[in-house]
Design a protein around this ligand. Structure first.
Ligand code: M6R
Length: 606
């Protein structure tokens, strides 16, 4: 987690760093800091809290420099205090470092460095790196010292260094954590993510793993960890049509919820033709040959999308599919043959758990990834990737990427069906016709957001919620419950409707709010029985069902309706209600919706 930015050039470095950190705040926002060289010494400005506080402190100093590094933190080692805030420096205050990642062997290194009389001023793992470099510099020149330092580090790191004695030198290093380098007209930029610098550059170097960038006096070279020079070519920076602005919405989350129809259109368009009855998701079709099993790997919201995708693969192509949490997959001993296809789903493409899971099977099995970031680590380590075209998702709570992932999984499953002819072409065409209608049906729901707000306000003081769903809408219940707890801090739990009677029904008491996702699908009659059982015991029912379902209406204290839709696509509509419901509850509770406590958008630590 954490975001790092660096700049050397003609402009005001601190303005560029602050702007970059604001864009990277989704990676962590516990504290933020900058370092630069002033009068042959490293100077640091650091604040506990968000980047805006740091910005204020910097403005008060009126300092202008042309080179600086910055960091926005999601605390792993050491609580979010000012002392633990990056940048960190060595004993003599001659080197400053910012770091994204985790140094697994930091305790051993710290012990060794303390024995050599190094003084530590933080509890972070990061600080060992800068002291280790200081130690190496006592014996070797800079470049060798860098190699000696990074080659003993275990874990993941994207690093930037500046040096009080070499004000024109900046060194960037990437291993298992993302780092991008770019140059334009003698201005040089580093960032954890292209959004941190995309407004300044047209091309960028998306660094491979184990790369060092040595930038000195406006000249730069790339090296591997053995010190051999390597060639990297810049890539064009895609300027997104989705702007990183709130565009009048109160929160990014609300804006992103409302962007879903457009995100789905952008994601599916050009990937199918109803006239020809064809789908082309841009993946080499040989990957679809002889698949005996599919395993989906993902975390959080992407895991919920995978649970929905499971039904698509099983129903449209008859391939047995399982979905695993990437964080747990690593520990399993599986005997998969080459005929198992893996699908990794990750909005950011940087989730450490998912990356670790795919590295476990890489080379043995084929991996297709679905991400929202083209140059992310997960896309680069997969045999093929398919992008959701959502534009950047800034709110920590995933919304538009979830529904776009579902639409892509739908298309991917149909394209496998097209290849294997498991279902008839006419059926594929009718599915595509239904999918094409989804953005308009989503818009119908979004136009009713005021009524959702009113109902949410009736419930915002409740202390806990239950969610239920069945079959393809059980993952929607899981996702709705995750959204609610994530942004409103209200405890909630989701169950498959049929599981209530196996235990959780004992939680139901007079007035317990129960959100039931119950559209008109093959599970509708069964979930109505589950709702009835809960209502009999005092639950207040907030249901999501299909227009005209009067039986459900009569059981409900409040009901949200979707238009009739193909049962496989209903999650794309029911989800919108769960997102808006969670959003309006959190709004009423006055919490930080876009950046909920303790979270970060991109989870780059295990
Ligand atoms: O970038 P990823 O899709 O791999 O992220 C996975 C989860 O960390 C993410 O979905 C998380 O659960 C969201 N904050 C949920 O809103």
């Amino acid at each position: 987690m954490c975001g790092i930015v660096g700049y050397i050039g003609k402009e005001s470095a601190l303005d560029i760093i602050i702007e970059g950190l604001k864009h990277l705040e989704y990676r962590g926002y516990d504290s933020a800091g900058v370092a630069f060289v002033e009068k042959k010494k490293i100077k640091k400005i650091r604040e506990k809290g968000k980047v805006d506080l740091l910005k204020k402190s910097i403005e008060e100093t009126k300092i202008k420099v042309h080179s600086a590094i910055g960091h926005t933190r999601w605390a792993t080692h050491g609580s979010p205090t000012k002392e633990n805030t990056h940048p960190h420096s060595d004993c003599k205050n001659k080197i400053a470092i910012v770091h994204n990642g985790i140094i697994e062997n930091y305790l051993d290194l710290k012990r060794m460095l303390k024995a050599k009389k190094h003084k530590f001023s933080s509890e972070t793992d990061t600080e060992v790196i800068v002291h280790l470099l200081e130690e190496n510099l006592k014996h070797y020149p800079i470049f060798d010292s860098i190699l000696n330092t990074i080659n003993v580090l275990k874990g993941s790191f994207a690093l930037l260094f500046i040096f009080a004695d070499y004000p024109n030198l900046m060194i960037g290093i990437r291993k298992n954590s993302p780092l991008i380098f770019a140059e334009k007209e003698n201005n040089f930029y580093f960032s954890s993510d292209i959004v941190g610098i995309s407004s300044y550059v047209d091309k960028a170097y998306f660094l491979d793993d184990e790369t060092i960038v040595f930038l000195n006096n406006s000249k730069y070279s790339f090296f591997d960890f053995k010190g051999a020079e390597k060639k990297i070519f810049p890539k064009k920076v895609e300027k997104s049509s989705f702007f990183i602005e709130k565009k009048g919405y109160k929160h990014f989350m609300l804006k992103e919820i409302f962007e879903q129809p457009e995100a789905i259109r952008e994601t599916i368009q050009d990937r199918y033709s109803i006239e020809r009855g064809e789908i082309d998701v841009g993946v080499d079709e040989s990957l679809f040959e002889n698949i005996e099993k599919i395993r989906i790997l993902s975390c959080g919201t992407s895991y919920h999308a995978g649970l929905i995708g499971q039904f698509y693969f099983e129903n449209f192509s008859g391939i047995e599919t399982s979905v695993s949490l990437s964080s747990e997959f690593y520990y399993r001993d599986l005997e998969d043959t080459e005929s198992t296809l893996f699908i990794a789903i990750s909005q950011s493409g940087e989730t450490a758990d998912t990356l670790k899971a795919i590295r476990k099977i890489k080379g043995k099995n084929k991996i297709i990834s679905i991400t929202n970031v083209s140059e992310s680590s997960i896309t680069r380590e997969s045999d093929a990737f398919i992008l959701t075209h959502c534009g950047p998702e800034i709110s920590v709570a995933a919304t538009k990427t979830f529904t776009s992932q579902i639409s892509l999984l739908f298309l991917l499953a149909l394209s496998i069906a097209q290849k294997t002819e498991y279902i008839k072409k006419e059926k594929i065409i009718s599915f595509l016709e239904e999918l094409r209608k989804i953005p308009i049906q989503m818009e119908e729901i979004l136009n009713k957001s005021e009524s959702i707000e009113k109902i949410a306000y009736k419930y915002y003081q409740k202390e806990s919620f239950l969610y239920i769903g069945r079959w393809i809408n059980y993952p929607v219940a899981l996702e709705g419950s995750l959204k609610l707890k994530e942004i409103s801090y209200i405890f909630s739990e989701a169950y498959a409707g049929g599981q209530l009677k196996h235990g959780p029904i004992s939680l139901i008491d007079e007035g317990t709010p129960l959100v039931a996702v119950a559209p008109d699908d093959r599970a509708r009659n069964n979930i109505l029985s589950n709702i009835e059982e809960a209502k009999t015991r005092g639950a207040e029912i907030i249901s999501i069902g299909t227009k005209g379902d009067n039986e459900l209406l009569s059981l409900s204290d409040a009901m949200f309706v979707i238009s009739p839709v193909n049962e496989f696509l209903s999650p794309l509509l029911t989800t919108i209600y769960t997102q808006l419901f969670a959003y309006f509850i959190a709004l009423r509770r006055g919490v930080d919706i876009d950046q909920p406590r303790n979270l970060a958008k991109s989870v780059t630590v295990e």
